[in-house]
Design a protein. Sequence first.
Length: 210
Amino acid sequence: MLVKSTLGEQRTVLHNVSWETFEALLRDTGEHRGSRFAYDCGVLEIMTPLLEHENPKIQFDRFIFALAEELGVEIKSAGSTTLNRRLALRGIEPDNCYYIQNELKVRGKVTLNLETDPPPDLAIEIDITNSSVNKLGIYSALGVTELWRYDGQNLKFYQLIEGQYLECKSSIAFPIVSVSEISRFIEQSKSMGEIVLLKSFRTWMREKIR
């Protein structure tokens, strides 16, 4: 067992964990636990988020909701819902995830089964410290089309193409926005009040789509 702790996150890594044990831990700890799991072919990482991790998560969620609202795009937020596929022996709980292109296909659903339901169209992953599992590999095995990954300093957008993530400059779900533009607002969140920040983001969006 390996335990790493920083101001942003605490991570515990367990090896040789069976899929059955992973599923049992999910059931036993319930949906409202404070930690998040990532499972990659027998390696289980348990991450407990702290403030440096959680605040950017909230800002991303607000930006995405504002984007969808200003653009008139319907979304279904799935938060940190557990995403897993037994056949792939992989599972993860993103910081946030959303159905956008496939929103209609899951509208009204209260549970997800990725063996039959489409995966989220967009996932947000915040890793202030280096993860001990291959998260890009996990998300690609689950089929998540777009991934935004933030390390506390740098934001990267990825698009899934033929089973591999390629870095891209603009969002797939929201082509009107670039990674540099979202990065600018995330950086401003470190020194600006949250209400002022969100108003500034909406003003910028409205000017951009005129």
